[in-house]
Design a binder for this molecule. Structure first.
Ligand code: B12
Ligand code: SF4
Length: 517
C-alpha cells in the first residue's frame, strides 16, 4: 500500500514561500510499516495522475480556498482505483460535501496526527470508515514534522506551530470555533528541536505558524488576579512563562535565524513581551488591524483593537521594538464608506507598516459572518446551479469577488478601490521609501523584491478580474520567487545542537521570589 499526501493548488509557482506544514506532520504520523509517503505539493508542481495506482491511499488536505481543486484531485485518484481520504479545515466543516464532490472514501475531521495510523490500518484491511474524528490534540501531543522529506531548494521558509487556538472571537475568523478558544501550547523542547532540524538543512527563516502567538494578554492576567479563585491566574501565568521560555531559547539559536508570526495588537502594550520577541529575533508579525474605524472594529467583534491615532501608536510600538508589522486590513465591511479606502492607505503609511495586505471581506465557513450570511441568503442567487453560499464549488474565474451586498457601494466598486490601495501601497516609490527600515543597499533591494513578490502572489492573482492580469502576475511571481529564493537560504549546519534549556527572565524572577524567606 503506497501513500500519497497531496496539497492541492490551481496555481503552481515552481517555488513556494512557506512549507505546507500538514504534509510533513502527517508524514511523521505515518507508521514506518507503510513506508515513506510520497508528498505532492501542487503549489510547486501539479500532480501527475499516472503516478497513482490501484490500492494506493491518497490523503488530500483542504481549506476552503483550495477545496475545489482538492475535489478534482480526489475524483481523479478514485478513478485510478486509489482509496481517497480527505482532511483539513474545510473537510472538518463539510464532511458530507467532501464525500459527494471529492470522491472521498473517508473524511478525517479535526486534527489528523493521532487518528491517521488508525485510518491507514483500516485502509490496509480494505475497510476505511466514512468518517473519523481526530478531535483537538493537546499541545504536548502535536506531532513534529518530517523535515527530512523536504525537497531541496524549493521552499524559502520553514513553518513550525507553537500554539493552536485563540481566545478571541472575531466574527470573520473560524479559528476560535474549529481550533478552540483554549490555547494549546506546544512544549518548548519540541518546537526548538524542529527549528534546529530546519536550520541544520539551511533554513534560516521560520514562520511560527500560530493562530495567535500572544494568547495571554496583560489584561487577561489582571482580570484573573482580581478573582478570589487563583486557578485561572496560575494557568495563565504558566502559559505566559512558557512563551518567555520559548523566546529565551530562540534567542540562543544561530544569529542568522529570523522568525515571523501572527499576533494580536495587544502585545504592543506589553514591553517585556516585545523585548523578548526582539531578543528571539521574531522580526516580523502579521497583526490583524482589520478596520481603521471604531464602527468597523465593532462590526467584526474586535473591540480589543484601537482605531485612529491610538492605532498608529500601537502599531508603531512594534516597529520601535524591532518587530516589522504586516498589517492585515479588510475591505467591504458594512461600515466602510468610499473614503475608508484612502483613510486606510494613509494609516498604513503613518503607522510605518513594513508590509500590508488588503483583503476583501469573505464569509469563510465556520465563522459567525458566514452563519449570518447563510441564514439571510436563503433562495439567494446561484451560479451554474451552485448557490452563492457554496461559492468554493464555483470555478474560480466565475466566482464573484464580494459576496455580501454592501449598503453603500456596489461590489465592483469595492474590488476596484481595494486594488487601488494595493497599487498605492506597493508602488515602487512607496516600497523604496519603506525600505529604509533595513540598513544596507543590498537589504533594501531584497526588501523591494520581497514586497513585489508578496504583492504578485497575494493581490493580483486574487483580486484582479482580468485574466490576462492574473496570468501576468503568476508569471512575475514565478520569476521573482526564483530570484529571491537564494536570499533566504543559508549554508546548512548539520552539526548544530539544540540549545540548553534556560529559565527565562520571568521564571528566574519567580524562582528568586520563591527562595527569599
Ligand atoms: C500558516 C497559515 C497560513 C500561511 C500558509 C503557509 C503554508 N504554506 O502553509 C499563509 C500566511 C500563507 C496563509 C494564507 C492564507 N490563509 Co492561512 N493559516 C495558517 C494557519 C495559521 C496555520 C496553518 C498550519 O500550518 N497549521 C498547522 C497544520 C499542522 O495544521 P492543519 O493545516 O490544520 O492540519 C491539521 C489538520 O487540519 C489535519 N489535516 C490537514 N490536512 C489533512 C489531510 C488529511 C488526509 C488528514 C487525514 C488530515 C489533515 O491534520 C493536520 C495535523 O493535525 C491556519 C490556522 C490553523 N490553525 O491551521 C490558517 C488558516 C488555514 N488560513 C486561513 C485563511 C483564510 C488563509 C487565507 C485565505 C488568508 C487570506 N485572506 O489571504 C490565505 C490563503 C492562501 C492560499 N491561497 O492558500 C484560514 C482558512 C479558513 C478556511 N475555512 O479555509 C485558517 C484556518 C485561519 C483562519 N483565520 O480561519 N495561511
Ligand atoms: S482573527 Fe486572530 S485574534 Fe481573531 S479569533 Fe482569529 S486568530 Fe484570534
Amino acid at each position: 500500500m503506497r501513500i500519497f499526501l497531496v496539497n492541492p493548488s490551481d496555481v503552481s509557482f515552481g517555488t513556494a514561500v512557506i512549507t505546507p506544514r500538514w504534509l510533513y506532520v502527517l508524514a511523521a504520523a505515518t507508521p514506518a510499516r507503510y513506508g515513506t509517503p510520497t508528498i505532492v505539493d501542487e503549489t510547486l508542481d501539479p500532480i501527475d495522475a499516472a503516478d497513482i495506482q490501484r490500492g494506493d491511499v491518497v490523503g488530500i488536505g483542504i481549506h476552503t480556498a483550495n477545496a475545489l481543486r482538492g475535489y478534482h484531485v480526489g475524483q481523479l485518484a478514485r478513478a485510478r482505483g486509489a482509496v481517497v481520504v480527505f482532511g483539513g479545515i474545510h473537510s472538518t466543516l463539510f464532511p458530507d460535501e467532501v464525500r459527494e464532490h471529492g470522491g472521498a472514501h473517508a473524511v478525517v475531521t479535526g486534527d489528523g496526527e493521532l487518528v491517521w495510523p488508525q485510518v491507514l490500518m483500516d485502509c490496509d484491511i480494505g475497510n476505511p470508515h466514512p468518517q473519523y474524528d481526530g478531535g483537538r490534540v493537546a499541545g504536548e501531543s502535536f506531532s513534529s514534522a518530517r523535515w527530512d522529506l523536504l525537497p531541496a531548494g524549493r521552499y524559502m521558509w520553514g513553518s513550525v506551530q507553537t500554539v493552536r487556538g485563540c481566545p478571541k472571537h472575531c466574527s470573520f475568523c473560524s479559528v476560535w470555533r474549529t481550533d478552540g478558544q483554549k490555547p494549546r501550547q506546544r512544549e518548548v523542547s519540541a518546537v526548538i528541536r524542529e527549528i534546529v532540524a530546519l536550520r541544520r538543512q539551511g533554513f534560516r527563516f521560520v514562520l511560527l505558524a500560530d493562530d495567535n502567538f500572544y494568547p495571554v494578554t496583560l489584561a487577561d492576567l489582571h482580570a484573573a488576579e482580581r478573582r478570589a479563585d487563583k486557578t485561572r491566574l496560575f494557568a495563565l501565568t504558566a502559559l505566559r512563562e512558557a512563551r518567555f521560555e520559548l523566546m529565551a531559547q530562540l534567542a540562543q539559536l544561530p544569529d542568522d535565524m529570523v522568525f515571523y508570526t501572527q499576533i494580536t495588537m495587544e502585545a504592543a502594550e506589553d514591553p517585556e513581551f516585545l523585548a523578548a520577541m526582539k531578543r528571539a529575533r521574531i522580526r516580523g508579525a502579521l497583526v490583524g488591524v482589520e478596520s481603521v474605524t471604531p464602527e468597523g472594529l465593532k462590526a467584526v467583534h474586535k473591540n480589543f483593537n484601537d482605531a485612529g491615532d491610538a492605532l498608529v501608536t500601537r502599531l508603531q510600538a512594534f516597529r520601535s521594538a524591532g518587530v516589522h508589522v504586516l498589517g492585515s486590513f479588510i475591505f467591504g465591511l458594512p461600515t466602510d464608506k468610499p473614503d475608508t479606502f484612502a483613510a486606510t492607505a494613509d494609516l498604513a503609511q503613518r503607522a510605518k507598516l513594513s508590509f500590508a495586505q488588503f483583503v476583501m471581506l469573505t464569509p469563510f465557513p465556520g465563522t459567525l459572518d458566514f452563519a449570518t450570511w447563510e441564514r439571510e441568503a436563503t433562495d439567494g442567487p446561484t451560479i451554474d446551479g451552485v448557490p452563492l453560499t457554496r461559492y468554493w464549488l464555483i470555478p474560480p474565474h466565475k466566482r464573484p469577488k464580494i459576496y455580501s451586498p454592501h449598503p453603500l457601494m456596489p461590489a465592483e466598486d469595492i474590488r476596484r478601490r481595494t486594488q487601488e490601495v494595493w497599487d498605492r501601497f506597493y508602488s515602487l516609490s512607496a516600497i523604496w521609501q519603506r525600505s529604509t527600515c533595513v540598513r544596507s543597499f543590498r537589504a533594501r533591494v531584497a526588501f523591494v523584491m520581497i514586497s513585489k513578490l508578496y504583492r504578485q502572489m497575494y493581490a493580483n492573482t486574487g483580486i484582479a478580474t482580468d485574466s490576462a492580469r492574473v496570468a501576468r502576475s503568476a508569471r512575475r511571481a514565478r520569476w521573482l520567487a526564483r530570484a529571491v529564493r537564494r536570499l533566504f537560504v543559508a549554508a546548512p549546519m548539520p552539526e548544530l545542537q539544540e540549545p540548553r534549556p534556560q529559565p527565562s527572565a520571568a521564571t528566574r524572577k519567580r524562582l528568586a521570589v520563591a527562595v527569599i524567606p
